[in-house]
Structure formats: structure tokens, C-alpha cells
Ligand binder design. Structure first.
Ligand SMILES: Cc1cc2nc3c(=O)[nH]c(=O)nc-3n(C[C@H](O)[C@H](O)[C@H](O)COP(=O)(O)O)c2cc1C
Length: 218
């Protein structure tokens, strides 16, 4: 069978929150990380580090923090209606899978935690240069994260980009023995999916783009 092309992978790379209870070989994790690190980064600094958490106790502790954050977030969002174009049914399906993940995060065989390393320390102070540098550094992890998600999809692994653990950033940094100049940027459960990969549905291009100045139709 022909390998799926890049567009097919992009169009069928949904957030997967349901995983089968089957191990993922280290060789595959290395393969998807090797795709992640091909991503661009500001000044090509590659100031990243990827923690691959397979230890069951650490995974369970992370799930505990994630669940606490999720419960706070879910209670805040409970009365927010779905955005225009998203049906109540679709919204309910997303909420159901998010609740499931909060309760079962530790059952994903692998949790990958991409970190940023601030080689020269964090950028302090206000100003256009500091603002730009901060945005550039923080933005530098997400191309790698997207590469990782797409690479997982390409080899048949499911994954879900999450950030809720950041409500417990300090405790988690301690748990993972992070150096002072490292920050966790996401937490990505990875495993063999027991849900469908796609297709991904989004608000159409014409509704989220303009030509030359904001609001002029493309
Ligand atoms: C920055 C960011 C943070 C996210 N954080 C979470 C999260 O904490 N928990 C979660 O279940 N999904 C999280 N998601 C996944 C989104 O909910 C998901 O990508 C979106 O609903 C689209 O899902 P679909 O690709 O299956 O249509 C996050 C996505 C992004 C880009």
C-alpha cells in the first residue's frame, strides 16, 4: 500500500485521547522525535529537550496534576456555548473525550514533555526587543511539536497536544528534576489509538483569512 502523503496526514491528524493498552517500541519514539527535531527554531538554536516519560509512577503523578487542572478548567468552561459552526453534539463529543483523557492520561504508554531550555537565562524586562525575543523563544517549540504529531500520525500512533499541566508547572518541574533554566511547554500522551484519526474539520479558509488588510476577502 502506498504511504500516505503529507496532505492526507495533515487532514487526518486529530487529537487522539483514547489509547489501546499496548506498548510503543522505543524505536518508534526515536523516529518521531527525530522528525520533531527537524523543525525550525528561532536562530536555529534548537533550545529544546524532550522528556519521554514511560515510568508508571511518574505518569500517574502527572495524571493527578492534569486531572486537578482539568477539573478547574472544565468548571470554568461548563457554561461557555460552542463556537459558531460547532454543533452541541460535536462539543459534547470533545468534552467527553477530554474528560476521558483527564481520567486516563497515565494509561497512555508514553508521555512526551517538550521543554524549552533558556541557555542565557530567561529574558527579563519590558520593551520591544524583549517582547520579540520572548515570543520567538516560546514559539520555537511548536513547529517541533507539530512535526511530532504529524510523525506520530504517519506511523499510526495517536497523540494529543495538551497544556493543562502548566497550572502545576513548579511541582511538575520538581517531579521531573528539570534544571532551573528549563520549562515544560506541553504534555503529549502517545499510544496506539482506539479512536478515529480523522478527518479534521475546521472553519473554512475563506472565513479565517484576508487579502492585504484585515477583513478584505481573499
Ligand atoms: C496550545 C494547545 C493546547 C491544548 N491543550 C489541550 C489540553 O490541555 N487538553 C486536551 O485534551 N486537549 C488540548 N488541546 C487539543 C485541542 O483541544 C485540539 O487540538 C482541538 O480540539 C482540535 O481537535 P481535533 O484535531 O481532534 O479536531 C490543545 C491544543 C493546543 C493547540
Amino acid at each position: 500500500m502506498a504511504e500516505p502523503g503529507i496532505f492526507e496526514i495533515i487532514h487526518n491528524c486529530r487529537a487522539i485521547r483514547y489509547f489501546r493498552d499496548e506498548p510503543v517500541p522505543d524505536s518508534l519514539i526515536e523516529q518521531v522525535l527525530d522528525a520533531a527535531i527537524r523543525a525550525p527554531s528561532g536562530s536555529n538554536r534548537q533550545s529544546w529537550h524532550f522528556l519521554v516519560v514511560t515510568d508508571p509512577d511518574i505518569r500517574k503523578t502527572l495524571q493527578g496534576y492534569y486531572k486537578q487542572s482539568f477539573d478547574v478548567y472544565a468548571s470554568m468552561m461548563a457554561h461557555v456555548p460552542p463556537r459558531e459552526g460547532v454543533s452541541e453534539e460535536t462539543q459534547a463529543r470533545v468534552v467527553k473525550s477530554a474528560v476521558y483523557l483527564s481520567e486516563h492520561l497515565h494509561e497512555a504508554p508514553v508521555l512526551i514533555i517538550p521543554c524549552m531550555i533558556f541557555e542565557q537565562g530567561r529574558i527579563r524586562g519590558d520593551g520591544a526587543m524583549q517582547d520579540m525575543a520572548r515570543k520567538s523563544i516560546y514559539s520555537s517549540i511548536y513547529p517541533a511539536v507539530q512535526n511530532l504529531l504529524l510523525a506520530c500520525r504517519a506511523v499510526g500512533l495517536g497523540a494529543c497536544l495538551t497544556t493543562l499541566h502548566l497550572m502545576h508547572e513548579e511541582a511538575i518541574a520538581k517531579l521531573l528534576n528539570l534544571p532551573d533554566n528549563a520549562e515544560t511547554m506541553a504534555l503529549i500522551p502517545i499510544g496506539w489509538p482506539s479512536a478515529k484519526f480523522g478527518p479534521v474539520k475546521r472553519v473554512p479558509v475563506r472565513e479565517v483569512s484576508s487579502r492585504n488588510t484585515f477583513g478584505t476577502p481573499l
